[in-house]
Design a protein around this ligand. Structure first.
Ligand SMILES: Cc1cc2nc3c(=O)[nH]c(=O)nc-3n(C[C@H](O)[C@H](O)[C@H](O)COP(=O)(O)OP(=O)(O)OC[C@H]3O[C@@H](n4cnc5c(N)ncnc54)[C@H](O)[C@@H]3O)c2cc1C
Length: 401
């Protein structure tokens, strides 16, 4: 996204742009939610990353070993050095199941799965194709995680998947979270709790996992609460890449301390950060990275021209929440406004409903894959959706009720 934005703004004669990524394949991660239920195929969630790199931009496919910030250099795994004037850190976040005792043990991908990786989602798809039922536990290890609504969506989709297979009565679904409710924000938590109840999905809250007892199929928390499972679908601890730790640039979870308004890192004025790699109190979501990219482009140009940076990023996030049976909710919020009901993007007209289940929201969620490959990655502005959150059409007064 940033390369696609900057290539149009930075004069060719003065600036070289390089992208470094360790992998050849770029994954559409929101599709990992649908892969286990055979709604998407493997082909629909991955493409060759090079396809999206603009012509003028150099693409280096290699792992970054170190960011040597005191010398303004990036050191690649095979030893090559890439000097920089401006660096954008976009190394994302990944799962670390090894952080919890017993999670990545002998039962990993046998009856304990993640769906946050391509390998996990595919292995889980194969498991669900033949699973005969029992106790399904959908579990979040700790916050923050990317796309914090994805585990809930997984539970909702599991409900309709088993209903459609005619075996819902053979499956007991429990949603286990370290939070005190279904989501991080009160209004949305209320709506999502209601949906869990309606679908007969049990909820275990404030569960701070200590270990997985894989021999007895139980997860156990620090207060000795136990939850039994036959199939555990967990979202392990999310951490930033190890290169951030090696380069002494991160917090405890390897996220990069970043100014929440300007997206400049707190340590170095010529290093900026975007997306899941930051420590911002915004959702770790593709939509957030997309909004950030518009603001970050402007701030990089300002930095280069010695102008003051704009503190414009407001934490804007926009997420569809798939609720199963061809319906979805939509939430739109930022650092200061939690999700509320209303219409989006046009006040009163919609066509999308906020915080309410509808078929058009589901269509929006399904269209998101096309939007991702054809607009988001290419840095194309989404018509009528601004980088900062619009208050229009939102029933913000309901927050005080
Ligand atoms: C199951 C699931 C469902 C989701 N659903 C949604 C949704 O509905 N809506 C939404 O907006 N978002 C959703 N997301 C979140 C979204 O996918 C991420 O927020 C988004 O991809 C973040 O982009 P990023 O560029 O910050 O990180 P990433 O897309 O993870 O990219 C990071 C890149 O950095 C590279 N990298 C890391 N370390 C190194 C290194 N040392 N050397 C070289 N390269 C390196 C990686 O290879 C990777 O290509 C979902 C995520 C998951 C897992």
């Amino acid at each position: 996204m940033m390369a696609n934005h900057l290539v149009k703004k930075l004069p060719k004669k003065e600036w070289d742009i390089t992208i470094v990524d360790q992998y050849k394949t770029h994954y559409y991660q929101p599709g990992f939610l649908f892969l286990p239920f055979d709604i998407y195929t493997t082909k629909q969630v991955k493409k060759n990353g090079e396809k999206f790199i603009p012509k003028r931009v150099r693409y280096v496919q290699e792992k970054i070993d170190l960011i040597q910030h005191e010398d303004n250099k990036v050191i690649l795994e095979k030893g090559k050095e890439l000097p920089y004037d401006v660096l954008i850190v976009a190394t994302g976040t990944k799962i670390a199941p090894e952080e919890i005792e017993g999670m990545k043990g002998p039962k990993w991908y046998k009856n304990i799965f993640d769906f946050y990786t391509y390998e996990g989602a595919k292995a889980l798809r194969n498991k669900l194709r033949e699973w005969k039922g029992g106790k399904l536990v959908v579990h979040i290890t700790e916050m923050p995680i990317k796309c914090p609504v994805a585990p809930l969506e997984f539970a909702f989709l599991a409900d309709s998947f088993f209903k459609n297979k005619g075996m819902r009565d053979k499956v007991d679904i429990t949603f286990v979270t370290p939070l005190s409710g279904a989501f991080t924000k009160p209004k949305a938590t209320e709506a999502l709790h209601y949906l869990l109840e309606e679908k007969g999905i049990k909820e275990v809250t404030d569960f701070n996992i200590e270990r997985v007892d894989y021999e007895n199929n139980k997860i156990i928390d620090y207060g000795d609460t136990e939850v039994e499972y036959d199939l555990l679908v967990t979202v392990p601890t999310n951490i930033g890449d190890a290169v951030i730790e090696r380069s002494a640039m991160g917090d405890d979870l390897n996220f990069v301390p970043t100014n929440k308004g300007t997206l400049q890192t707190l340590q170095h004025e010529n290093i900026f950060a975007i997306g899941d790699a930051t420590n911002l109190p915004a959702s770790k979501a593709g939509s957030v990275a997309h909004f950030e990219a518009e603001i970050l482009t402007e701030n990089i140009l300002r930095y280069i021209n010695n102008e003051p940076l704009k503190e414009d990023f407001d934490g804007h996030a926009n997420c569809f929440i798939e609720t199963g049976n061809g319906k979805a909710l939509l939430i739109d919020f930022n650092y200061t406004h939690e999700p509320v009901e209303g219409t989006f993007p046009f006040p009163g007209v919609g066509p999308l409903q906020l915080l309410k289940e509808s078929r058009s929201n589901h269509m929006g969620k399904m269209a998101f894959r096309w939007v991702y490959w054809n607009m988001l990655i290419k840095g194309v502005h989404i018509p009528f959706v601004s980088a900062t959150m619009s208050e229009k059409g939102k029933h913000l007064e309901t927050l005080n009720q």
